[in-house]
Each structure stands twice: as structure tokens, then as C-alpha cells.
Design a protein around this ligand. Sequence first.
Ligand code: PLP
Length: 405
Amino acid sequence: MLLSSRVKGITDSITMKLNEKALNLNDEGKVIYNLSGGQLPIKPLPEFIENIHHQLNFLKSYQYSPVLGFPALRKKLSAHMAEQRHLPLDIFENDYDCIISNGSKHSIYNCLGALLDSGDEVILLAPYWVSYPEMIKFWGGIPTVVKSNVFDAFVPSIDDIKKAISPRTKAIIVNSPNNPSGIHYSEAWMRDFAAFLLEFPDLIVISDEVYSEISYFDPKPSFFYQYDHTLLSRTIIIQAISKSLASTGLRLGYAIGPSAVIGAMGKIQGQTTSGPNSLIQRALLDFDFKLIDSFLMPVKFHVRQNAATLREKFREANLGHCWYQSTSAFYFMLDFSRTPMFARFEGEQQDFSYKIADELLNDEGITVVPGSDFGIPNSARISLVIEEVPFTEAIIKIVKYLKRV
Ligand code: PLP
């Protein structure tokens, strides 16, 4: 069967192979420490579950919703966004709109489809979320990657971003708090980024903020458009309930941005997936978003605790070159290139991320996500969500592995 060249251009996730192997090893009786998780291992809060139960009784919960989502919920989400970001409460009332989709991944996909013509470039800040480059390529765009490194705690320099601009640059994706680095860019960075954007008035920003509520280190995340509200006229904000409500499987995300872009995203959505899940939208209509803060409190405490364990164990083992302070989301990016074990991997090849992740699984029973998926060679993403005791055991094993020559 001859497949489309478009689909042939999409890279298979190598993580799937590692997960499969981990399952097989587990079946054979080996203890596996799963540090590859991209979701919170807890149920959402009872009030939300209760709302879902309640909405099960209504016919409308089972019928198509409007393509862009229920108007009352779109309004509620926009008002909540304005309040959370300390923006004027009526800021999204004129010239802006909100579209609800089947997860924020779907919102990003529709947004890129609404913006990109073939050959348009989109700037990505590495480490970046794995799906951005593949979605950009699928719509005929070209990802342009701006690197960062562990010494700068994976914060990209604004100068480097400036250098990446070309006449074909259409948009930039900013993901702060960041998956996979587990940091958010500072207020100073956001102010500088806002100033940079003013120099490039045609540049569109996709601001992926799905981890904005999971931050365990002060000062909390801030956003460039808070320092100049005019930038909202070319910003599409991406949000979801996946991480903040521990509801990845319910598939509900949304985008807020200029009406023209949201309308175009609606065209794509209308002819492909139709409106999002009616039941979950209706449950959200009655849900008090203010409850999320207290729901996430123990999550943040736990992630901060595991991050501290990681830091202590690395410091005790003199592995200072691969440590930085993570501040948000629930990940840490482990750079292997300055650790003793890396001596075994030098050679022609540029990136050993997969090989190292495979070895960590075989030798220590630990699954991580290879950094090549995130645009950072010779690294891996560690998830900080598993329980404290197995997490500590896993970190001790990782330290032993990093010191092995
Ligand atoms: N953006 C980032 C940075 C992510 O890490 C993820 C999921 O891991 C998503 C978007 C997509 O989330 P969802 O489609 O579940 O809302």
C-alpha cells in the first residue's frame, strides 16, 4: 500500500518501543521503576467526578455540542484565564474567542493548520514537547530549533531566538512551564521576550500553558503578554484540564486567541472531529475552578519533595554538572554528557539518548524518555510523580549508573 509522503514524514515515537520492552521485562518478574510517565497518577477531585455523575442523566450530555464548544463554557474559560493571569476581566470579550477541543494537543494541531502554509517556519525552543515538530511538518511547515543547555537550566537565550528569525518565520511556540525541563522561564525572560516580540510585529506566538498551575517554586510562572497586553492580538493561549485536573483521558483542551484564528481552527475542527465531548464540557460548566488550587497542593508538595531527593543524591555523588533547580510541571531533564558513564559512549555518533535509555532499562530496570525526542542529545526526561520510596530507590540506581565507567 502506498502511503502519503506527509505521513511518511512523521517520526515514530521511540518511547513506545522502550515502554513495550519495560512491560515484557515486568512480565518476566523484573522490578521496573517507571520514570517515563507524562500524567499525574491520581484521580481528579471528587467535586468534578460528582459533576460528571450528575450530567450522565441528561440527553444533551450525549448529543453533539456546537463545533467550538458550548458558548457558556467558552465564556467561563476565557473569564477564568483573564482572572488567573491578572488581565482586565473584559479583555477577551471583543475580538477574541475560545475554542474547546479534544485535548490541548488537538488545539495545537488545529492552530498550526489554521496558520501554516507550506514552507512556513515555526521556531521551537529545545527542549520542546515531542509532538510540536511532527505536527508542524504534518501541515507542511518547517521547525526551526533554538537550543538551550543544562548550564542555563534549559532557558533559551533571546539573542539565539532572534538569530533564528528568517523571512519565512511565521510563529514561535513557547511552552512555560516546560515539558520536559520542568522549569518556567523567569519574569525577566518574559519581559525581554515581550520586548523582542515588539521588534517582530508579524510573529505569532503559540503559548502552551498546560502546566501553568503546577509550579512548586517561587516566583510563580508569568507570561509575556502580561507585560504588554497588545501582544495578545497575535497570541494563541493553549490550555487543558489534562494536567491541572489529572484528566488526560477525558480529552478536553482549549485555545483562546484572536477571533480570526479561532474561527479558522473551528473550520478544521468542524470538518474533522466536530465539537468536543459534551459530557465533560457540561461537567465543567458547573465546576468551581478555584478548587484546583487546593487539589494540586499535595501534588506540588510531592513533586518538590522528589525534586529535592534527586538534588541531594546528585550533590552527594558530585554529579553537579547535570543538576539544576526544577521549578514546575513534574519533570527533570537529565544530561548524561558530563557524567562519568558517558566516557563509554564517545565516538562518531552525536546522540546516544536511546542507547543509554535502553541500557538503563536493561541494567537498572528504569524507564525514562530519551532526550532525542525533545531535541536535546544525550539526555533523558525523568518524571517526578511516582511515590517517594520507589522514586528514591530509582534515583540511587541512576546515580550508581551515572558513576559507572
Ligand atoms: N502540551 C504539552 C507541553 C504537553 O506536555 C502535553 C501532554 O503531555 C500537551 C500539550 C497535550 O496534552 P493534552 O492533549 O492531553 O491536553
